[in-house]
Design a protein around this ligand. Structure first.
Ligand code: NI
Length: 164
């Protein structure tokens, strides 16, 4: 089922989310619908507040890079590289706005999967980028507070896949 994507201004986008306590059928369905919604919007990631749920869950959709969509439940970034890189980002909740955001190049993130198993993942490149963007959403942080400068959305080589 395709869910409605919440856009700015909406207070839910600026609230810190609550941890997921139980991986029940509702959560499994939500995650499945978020993947479908993200795909439909040609996005690379989607966080629960963007579909109106203030809980600590997001999905990453880098299918175009050969990475099957996956879910991060209660993610926590446990390590960030000193080196930061600039990249253009867009957000499905902020239509039409693009800009350069500077973030650590590499991260480690701990999260539960949908079976409740804790995994630690090391990421760089676009994967590190999208995870950091989604974890920001879970902390109520939007790219508008991080933009170094606005762009027109064409700086990415892969424009369609830029929105998160
Ligand atoms: Ni976003």
């Amino acid at each position: 089922m395709i869910l409605e994507i919440v856009t700015v201004p909406n207070p839910i986008l600026e609230q810190k989310t609550k941890p997921v306590e139980k991986l029940d059928r509702t959560i499994l369905n939500l995650a499945k619908n978020m993947v479908e919604t993200c795909r439909n919007a040609q996005g690379i990631g989607l966080a629960a507040p963007q579909v109106g749920k203030s809980i600590r869950l997001c999905i990453i959709n880098l299918e175009h890079m050969g990475i099957p969509p996956f879910v991060l439940v209660n993610p926590k970034i446990t390590n960030r590289s000193w080196k930061k890189v600039e990249m253009e980002e867009g957000c499905l909740s902020i239509p039409g706005i693009y800009g350069i955001v500077k973030r650590p190049e590499r991260i480690k993130v701990k999260a539960l999967n949908l079976e409740g198993k804790e995994n630690e993942l090391e990421a760089d490149g676009l994967l590190a980028r999208v995870i950091q963007h989604e974890v920001d959403h879970l902390d109520g942080i939007l790219i508008t507070s991080k933009l170094i400068r606005r762009t027109d959305g064409t700086e990415s080589k892969d424009r369609k896949q830029l929105k998160e």
